[in-house]
Design a protein around this ligand. Sequence first.
Ligand code: FNR
Length: 370
Amino acid sequence: MTSFAHITRAEDLENEARSRMTPGAFEYVRSGSGKEETARRNQTAFSRWDLLPRMLRDVSERSLETRLWNLTLRAPLALAPVGFQTVIHPDGEMGAARAAADMGLPFTASTVSSYSMEDIQSATGCAPSLFQLYWPSDDEVAVSFVRRAEVCGYDAVVVTVDTPLLGYREQDLKNRYFPLAEGAGMANFKTDPVFRERFGLADSSSQTDWQEAIGEVLLNTTLTWERIKWLKEQTRLPVVVKGILHPEDGRFAVEHGLDGIVVSNHGGRQLDGAISSIEALPAVADAVNGRIPVFFDGGVRRGSDIIKALALGADVVSIGRLYAYALTHGEAGVRQVLENLLTDLDVSLALTGCTSVSALNESLLKEKQI
Ligand code: FNR
């Protein structure tokens, strides 16, 4: 059997993960909504652009270092919010966050993480970290989450705006798999005084009571740009909106004073048939026009995917499933995959003829006529 350190191909990692997880949990991570067209296109659409590398440019000294607000990242690479990580491995977010921090990369803690945001933040130490908010249908709970993120030291709040309700995930419905019912993803709620008070819950309350209360409050169908503006007034942290695909929404984010956007379709898990993330990116980046940072996620599996996203206008690129699959090997698995991806990114940058990520632009790409 090959040792994990030799697994460098994303496809092999996915197959490995398949054999190490229960079918329900694996499909929860792998699948998209509907017929999974968007999830598939997220990966395949990168080949719509070919790289046009430059030669003879002395690439002996290279740096991947990236500035984000007042933060310095080792590379323009982040770990996207992935909820319920103990369904993958007991290390869960603690392991993934430690691995990211060791690499100098930001970890994004999900609202539905298996460990509390305070515990995850302590695992990241001094490394940059982001808190992802599913804005609960109770504003007081939402504000309580944001305050806690502020107090324990996160660098920004990422509000996911593509999930007023859960996408129609046929695999999960078929498997009757709901990670909340597995008892994962409750930590932030169980440790929130406002939430506990609102539902009259205590440590002694049953799992079913917790699950029902969380299910009732977790998502919010009423959000608008005005509400996001209000949330921004409640915190001194930068506020980023995650799930932008339309250029007009990119413009709205700037006009509403937000501090960043994430071009994302939630890994094809929300609206099936939605545009792939990479195909959405150029027009959104054009609309934002450098005024706020543009994060990107969806289908990233290799260094050249990151190079293409950066050349098309992203400032920071995030991965979801790639590290989720690696987490089946615990913290060490995530560390290994991040190391591999950073090496691949560095090699790809040099072979493109660039010495820094800021040198990447559309002149290094040729779009295929399809
Ligand atoms: C996610 N994603 C997600 N997004 C979010 O805002 N909050 C969350 O809790 C989760 N949870 C989650 C669980 C799992 C298992 C997956 C695969 C994804 C979406 C995630 O942040 C990101 O947008 C996509 O994963 C990016 O696509 P790739 O990299 O998985 O192709």
